[in-house]
Design a protein around this ligand. Structure first.
Ligand SMILES: [Fe+2]
Length: 263
């Protein structure tokens, strides 16, 4: 079931003028805290997506060292392979669940060329209500057990990391998950969690359909994201990974929330 996004922010006001960037950031942070994601719409051509994202934290390089990553079907479109450069559906996951260190705090994707026709949405769903409804014993197990995570960059590359599904970091909670890459056997109790979270994702996800320049920002410590398959091979998104701002003396996240500017 596809739900439309309710956490939507316009980059422009009623007169089509750009909203001051400080106000835009404050409103975006408020919506991120409430919903875990924000879709920025009505984005002008001169909006600098990268510069804006740097206001939220430092950019984390991708696997090739580049801070921006183009997401589009590759020329040799590996259509039969489960791969970001294909046009296939992508299963729910948090980004960089395979990292040993802190995963990106936020992910931001913006649209260079929308997909016309069916599919091509980024799908997101909030895990926090699911976690809050777990029995204490199951939540504690997900915080304690270091599960094996399979390398997401190709089948047969083996285990790449071991970590719990839920971690405490200062006053925050970090969720790391992938419906496809958590190593388990059918009788494992975590197999039931995988089924339940895939079902909840299918039921509750919000589907983001992009116009050109639209930008999605979501909390990667909280939200699962995926993608619906598509046919329009011109679909082109660009993304950055944004790191948490950490206070090194207390090893906690700095609260960079700014009070929303009211007008
Ligand atoms: Fe992803």
């Amino acid at each position: 079931m596809n739900r439309s996004p309710v956490s939507v922010l316009s980059q422009t006001d009623l007169n089509g003028m750009a909203i001051p960037v400080e106000q835009l950031e404050a409103n975006l942070r408020d919506l991120l805290t409430t919903h875990g994601y924000v879709l920025l719409t009505n984005v002008l051509d001169d909006f600098d997506h990268v510069l804006f994202c740097q206001r939220l934290g430092s950019l984390i390089p991708h696997i090739n060292g580049a801070t921006t990553w183009d997401i589009r079907p590759e020329p040799d479109n590996k259509n039969n392979v489960y791969y970001p450069g294909s046009n296939r559906t992508f299963a729910p996951h948090t980004e960089c669940f395979d990292f040993q260190g802190l995963p990106p705090r936020y992910l931001s994707l913006w649209c260079i060329h929308p997909a016309f026709g069916e599919g091509g949405e980024t799908t997101v769903a909030d895990t926090f209500p699911w976690i809050d409804q777990l029995p204490d014993s199951e939540r504690e197990r997900l915080e304690e057990v270091k599960f094996d995570w399979e390398n997401p960059h190709g089948s047969g590359l083996g285990i790449c990391s071991q970590h719990p599904v839920i971690e405490r970091f200062g006053g925050d909670r970090i969720v790391r998950f992938s419906c496809k890459n958590l190593v388990h056997s059918d009788g494992d109790s975590v197999a039931d969690l995988l089924r339940r979270w895939q079902f909840l994702f299918d039921q509750e996800h919000v589907a983001i359909r992009y116009e050109r320049n639209d930008m999605l920002v979501f909390d990667n410590w909280r939200m699962l994201h995926g993608r619906s398959g598509f046919q329009d091979l011109r679909r082109h998104l660009r993304r950055v990974q944004i790191g948490a701002v950490i206070d090194k003396t207390s090893n906690t996240e700095v609260n960079t929330k700014i009070n929303a500017v009211t007008v």
